[in-house]
Design a protein around this ligand. Structure first.
Ligand SMILES: NC(=O)c1ccc[n+]([C@@H]2O[C@H](COP(=O)([O-])OP(=O)(O)OC[C@H]3O[C@@H](n4cnc5c(N)ncnc54)[C@H](OP(=O)(O)O)[C@@H]3O)[C@@H](O)[C@H]2O)c1
Length: 270
């Protein structure tokens, strides 16, 4: 399947659906781009904001006109949507779901034929093409389907291929991860305001420190521990701050957060 020659249909025009549409519209365009959403106001917005997107009559019409169908609806809605479109899908098409916690087997239960399915976990930095999408194959998907999914989702940033058994863990790390980072930014900013800095200045210092540190980590190829040691002089300010973070259990907090998010992803999958 050549992506440039494929017609891509997206079911669900919310945050992630629109991020995918934006990414696909800005790169080398596919042969066709379709989208449908249950909400009339959302469909009107799609028509207004994405001139190259066709909004068909309903989900079934979208499936009939698509080579690749992407499910971008909430996990709770996957069952009803699959009951609606499952019988129309055939083995020449590719079905991709980005719903958190929903395994490929849950999609396959609604299929009469061995339609290849793929599960993907993107994240919200996809909105500015800086996301990371983890991609896993369902039982009928082959290497070529994974490559197509990778080519498709590279318009949203980086991609990695993982076994489906890793998807709940991936969801807890990179799917939910932006929220943890935003919480850390908010907490550091508040702490800086607590020291007496103006809020605008505090936020700028925090955001640029996080951006610069992650860029340094990525470009240097060094271990984070090594870079941490570079900032930590004996008896200095940084070691005093780090000691407090350890005392208040930062590592434990992240451990518990990821365990809990992973468990929730498993529960959503049923
Ligand atoms: N946001 C993230 O950070 C993130 C990251 C990774 C994966 N995901 C996954 O991406 C999926 C979409 O998330 P989102 O944040 O984009 O959700 P969202 O903004 O709520 O978008 C989902 C859209 O689907 C519509 N919808 C509901 N039922 C439908 C149906 N039967 N047919 C077509 N459209 C229907 C919803 O309309 P109504 O509002 O009327 O229900 C809504 O506009 C979720 O499964 C989520 O787990 C999200």
């Amino acid at each position: 399947m050549d992506i440039a020659k494929s017609r891509i249909g997206i079911i669900g025009g919310g945050n992630m659906g629109q991020a995918i549409l934006k990414g696909l519209s800005s790169g080398r365009p596919p042969a066709g781009l379709l989208a449908w959403d249950a909400l009339a106001a959302c469909r009107e917005r799609l028509v207004r904001e994405f001139p190259m997107v066709t909004v068909p009559e309903n989900n079934r019409a979208l499936v009939a006109a698509s080579d690749i169908v992407i499910l971008a609806v909430k996990p709770q809605v996957i069952g009803p949507v699959m009951a609606e479109i499952g019988p129309d899908l055939n083995e020449k098409q590719l079905l991709i779901s980005i719903a958190a916690g929903v395994p490929c087997r849950r999609l396959e239960e609604h299929l009469d034929r061995p339609v290849p399915t793929i599960r993907i976990m993107p994240n919200t930095p996809a909105l500015i093409n800086r996301g990371i999408s983890a991609i896993a194959a369902g039982s009928n998907a082959e290497k070529s389907h994974l490559e197509n999914a990778q080519a498709l989702f590279s318009c949203l940033g980086e991609t990695v291929i993982v076994p489906e058994s890793a998807m709940d863990m991936v969801t807890a790390v990179s799917g939910s991860g932006p929220a943890y980072v935003f919480l850390v930014i908010e907490a550091l900013t508040d702490a800086a305001v607590g020291l007496g800095l103006a809020r605008d200045l505090a936020r700028k210092l925090v955001v640029e420190t996080i951006l610069g540190s992650t860029e340094l980590l990525k470009s240097s190829g060094r271990h984070p521990m090594e870079l941490k040691d570079m900032v930590t002089s004996p008896g200095g300010t940084t070691i005093a701050g780090l000691a407090e973070l350890e005392k208040y259990g930062l590592r434990h907090a992240f451990n518990a957060a990821l365990q809990s998010a992973c468990q929730r992803s498993r529960e959503l999958g049923g």
